[in-house]
Design a protein around this ligand. Structure first.
Ligand code: NAD
Length: 258
């Protein structure tokens, strides 16, 4: 049985009720995990209010701002976890960013700033958070990140985010190799396209979803809850032998050649 009772899980990347991280948080909670939630702070505090209201029913015992571009926010997040929980079992990395102009048109037009920002937020942040989590995962742990097929094959308009996801998937393998001796497993879920705040920045996302509905073996795309269920599995002892992997939760689309 999938049982996460007694596990402490930190979930990043909840922006609203469409977020994949929200689907994951719900499934972790249902499996019995105690939740900590971080949100991206903004000047007007809108995200904080919205995310707090959304996650309240799941009773998170830690709720903190954490912009992954800000080292002091990362440090204070993990200091608070050390104080409140004394350990960490699960880290969900479900965040990414690239500017809208870099998610359409010609890839060669990607600006230096746009490229660097996408890589820093979407790719480097996994390594930075894993480094902060490592000393707290003294009894072992599970780290799960979110990727997309556009990190392995060319998907129109995914552009710089495809390069960021390729780097992310390789980071999963290097982190898994290093952290395995600490009983920390690191895996990625490659989710099918879902309408969210982040995906709406990719030009033609609705066409991508329609294409998947036509071609994927299951003739549909996936839901946040399905991704959440697979994440909960990867975080549980049922997946105790799995690390360094990319698990496709995409209604089977990845296997198709045409
Ligand atoms: P989303 O917009 O709900 O989530 C993206 C999150 O990233 C937001 O919560 C946002 O606040 C956070 N974020 C952006 N910059 C940040 C920063 N500097 N510091 C901290 N947080 C920051 O969209 P989503 O689709 O749920 O995206 C979650 C993950 O899933 C992303 O890695 C995305 O690439 C991946 N993914 C999405 C799809 C899809 O079709 N939606 C498919 C495969 C993979």
């Amino acid at each position: 049985m999938l049982d996460l009772t007694g596990k402490k899980a930190l979930v990043t990347g909840i922006a609203n009720n469409r977020s994949i991280a929200w689907g994951i948080a719900q499934q972790l909670h249902q499996a019995g995990a105690e939740l900590g939630v971080t949100y991206l702070p903004d000047e007007k505090g809108r995200y904080e209010r919205k995310v707090r209201e959304l996650v309240n029913p799941l009773n998170p015992s830690v709720f903190l701002p954490c912009d992954v571009q800000n080292d002091s926010q990362i440090e204070s997040t993990f200091e608070t976890i050390a104080q409140e929980w004394g350990k960490l079992d699960i880290l969900i990395h479900s965040l990414a960013f690239a500017s809208k102009e870099d998610l359409s048109g010609e890839f060669s037009a990607t600006s230096r700033e746009g490229f660097t920002q996408a890589m820093e937020i979407s790719t480097y942040s996994l390594t930075r958070l894993a480094r902060a989590a490592k000393p707290l995962m003294s009894e072992g742990g599970s780290i799960v990140t979110l990727t997309y097929l556009g990190g392995e094959r060319v998907i129109p308009n995914y552009n710089v985010m495809g390069v960021a996801k390729a780097g992310l998937q390789m980071s999963v393998r290097y982190l898994a190799a290093e952290l395995g001796s600490h009983k920390i497993r690191v895996n990625a879920i490659s989710a099918g396209p879902i309408r969210t705040l982040a995906s709406s920045a990719v030009d033609g996302i609705l066409d991508m979803i329609r294409h998947v509905e036509e071609v994927a073996p299951l003739q549909r795309t996936v839901t946040q809850q399905e991704v959440g269920n697979s994440a909960a599995f990867l975080c549980s002892d049922l997946a105790g032998g799995i690390t360094g992997q990319v698990l496709y939760v995409d209604a089977g689309y990845e296997i198709m050649g045409m």
